[in-house]
Design a binder for this molecule. Structure first.
Ligand code: ZN
Length: 165
């Protein structure tokens, strides 16, 4: 683990979450992707944004629901990787799922700076750590600055969301 709390294998999963966010964008959805990996390093589920079908269908919600439905049992020790910081709703779902670690790239603050007041992304500016701080069980959060190469493309995609393209 390095000083940021990032494990060596984390970058591979975070890159996959970013790939999923790009795929989501390519299908006309918001550019967010997430996945859940169990304590043994096994991929349990992936999720992309599906806001058009369900306003609660954020990538993290879809990944958590699919991981739970996978029959993997308790998700304690599992890690959720997300292209962007989970919102308060998704942080709640992560907490209730029993997932104990979250690794994300783009912070809610930076997302808000990119998307501004876009009507499809009225950012809920509450850091996930503020939600987890009120939880009775521990959930570690690792924020990764978006220096991973694909982020330049993804951030440009998020910016185009703001401009309505
Ligand atoms: Zn969310």
């Amino acid at each position: 683990m390095n000083a940021s709390g990032l494990l060596a294998e984390d970058e591979r999963w975070l890159r996959r979450a970013i790939e999923l966010s790009a795929r989501s964008r390519e299908t006309g959805k918001h550019p967010f992707g997430a996945l859940v990996v169990d304590r043994g390093g096994r991929l349990l589920a992936e999720g992309t944004n599906a806001f058009d079908a369900d306003c609660t269908a954020h990538a993290e919600m879809n990944a958590v629901r699919a991981a739970h439905a996978s029959g993997a049992g308790a998700l304690a020790g599992a890690t959720l990787f997300s292209s962007a910081e989970p919102c308060a709703m998704c942080s709640g779902a992560i907490y209730w799922s029993g997932i104990t670690r979250v690794v994300y790239a783009l912070s809610e603050t930076r997302l808000l700076a990119i998307t501004g007041d876009h009507p499809e992304n009225p950012t809920l500016a509450l850091p996930c750590r503020a939600v987890f701080a009120r939880a009775s069980a521990n959930c570690e959060q690792v924020a990764v600055q978006p220096t991973i190469a694909p982020w330049a493309r993804i951030m440009a995609s998020a910016a185009s969301l703001n401009s309505g393209k």
